[in-house]
Design a binder for this molecule. Structure first.
Ligand SMILES: NC(=O)c1ccc[n+]([C@@H]2O[C@H](COP(=O)([O-])OP(=O)(O)OC[C@H]3O[C@@H](n4cnc5c(N)ncnc54)[C@H](OP(=O)(O)O)[C@@H]3O)[C@@H](O)[C@H]2O)c1
Length: 302
């Protein structure tokens, strides 16, 4: 078998302007020939545009960070959410299979109903509570049905220095208000786009180097989150405990509330903490603790 070097790899990043997409661009810069696209250039809700993109680029690796991520809006835009989160991944998988490319795709903790007391494993049965979760689960299933060299990473509570996320919302609200109420009865693992890109880079490098063996050994579904867990309230507390300087001492008073006191169109799972044991066993990769990862993002924000 001829050795394939990183320099010869063509990497296609879809959803390149999103939280994870931006960090993937950073991580994979210099990895090979990187082609980064977003909604401005290719609309993956249109099947022909998605197919044309892959046929034009002829990638060795497709990193799909594009998604319909507006959890509440998805309740009233189910068709569009399905087109982007389920149909587009199916087409990417089909096209990847055609050219024997590696497809990396991200999914969500919201495929689970939150009823389990412990951590959710890849063997647990998904039962999404909302339309976003259902569309993401349909995407996972579509990709697995096509098969091939695919990696699906289920992650949770994603945030980072850019984009629209809980951390940046908390910081913005802190500048506007003296007190904030935050939901305390939903538990999950805040995960940074930085850690996701770092782990993805390590795994893709290993796969390309043949470090993890043949296709059927490493392909499949893995949970990938920062370690540890907290509630949104606990996350907010941790943010404000570290953001004194960033906010010039303007720390708001925090109150813990129940989900029912803050009704939203989409129901969220109570416990969506994912077990990362499979990821660790297969790839020897562990993401940072959510607190350590938070420190890194706050440092990046200055
Ligand atoms: N955010 C979370 O809390 C979270 C939690 C668990 C799993 N995930 C998963 O992690 C992955 C990355 O999420 P993220 O937080 O980075 O999301 P994000 O910041 O919302 O980025 C998604 C990107 O996809 C693009 N996009 C949307 N519709 C598109 C279309 N029709 N054609 C092409 N591009 C389109 C968006 O462009 P526009 O911004 O222009 O619309 C955006 O740049 C997704 O698979 C998501 O489901 C996220």
């Amino acid at each position: 078998m001829t050795e394939i070097s990183r320099e010869q790899q063509r990497i296609l990043i879809v959803g390149a302007a999103g939280q994870v997409g931006l960090e993937l661009q950073r991580s994979f810069a210099g990895f090979g020939d990187v082609v980064a696209v977003d909604l401005e250039s290719v609309d993956i809700s249109k099947a022909d545009q998605t197919r044309d993109l892959v046929r034009r680029v002829q990638p060795d690796v497709i990193l799909n960070a594009a998604a319909y991520t507006a959890v509440d809006r998805a309740e009233s835009e189910q068709e569009l959410a399905m087109a982007i989160n389920a149909e587009a991944p199916r087409i990417l998988a089909e096209e990847a299979l055609r050219v024997n490319a590696l497809l990396v795709h991200y999914s969500t903790d919201y495929v689970f109903d939150g009823s389990k007391l412990g951590e959710w494993t890849e063997q647990d049965t998904p039962a999404p509570l909302n339309a976003y979760g259902a569309s993401k689960l349909a995407g996972e299933e579509a990709i697995r049905q096509v098969g091939g060299r695919v990696l699906i990473f289920r992650t949770s509570w994603v945030y980072g220095p850019h984009g629209s996320n809980f951390l940046l919302t908390m910081l913005r609200l802190a500048r506007q208000r003296d007190s904030l109420s935050v939901v305390g009865d939903q538990i999950g693992s805040p995960t940074t786009s930085i850690e996701l890109a770092r782990a993805t880079h390590a795994i893709v490098s290993g796969v390309i180097a043949g470090q993890f063996g043949a296709t059927e050994e490493w392909a499949g579904l893995y949970h990938m989150t920062c370690s540890g867990s907290t509630s949104w309230y606990g996350f907010a507390q941790a943010i404000f405990a570290r953001a004194e300087k960033l906010l010039d001492g303007k720390i708001p008073q925090l109150t813990q509330i129940a989900s029912q006191e803050y009704p939203l169109p989409a129901v969220r799972p109570r416990n969506s903490v994912l077990s990362n044991a499979k990821l660790e066993q297969r790839f020897g990769i562990r993401l940072a603790s959510w607190e350590a990862a938070l420190d890194v993002v706050l440092q990046a924000l200055g």
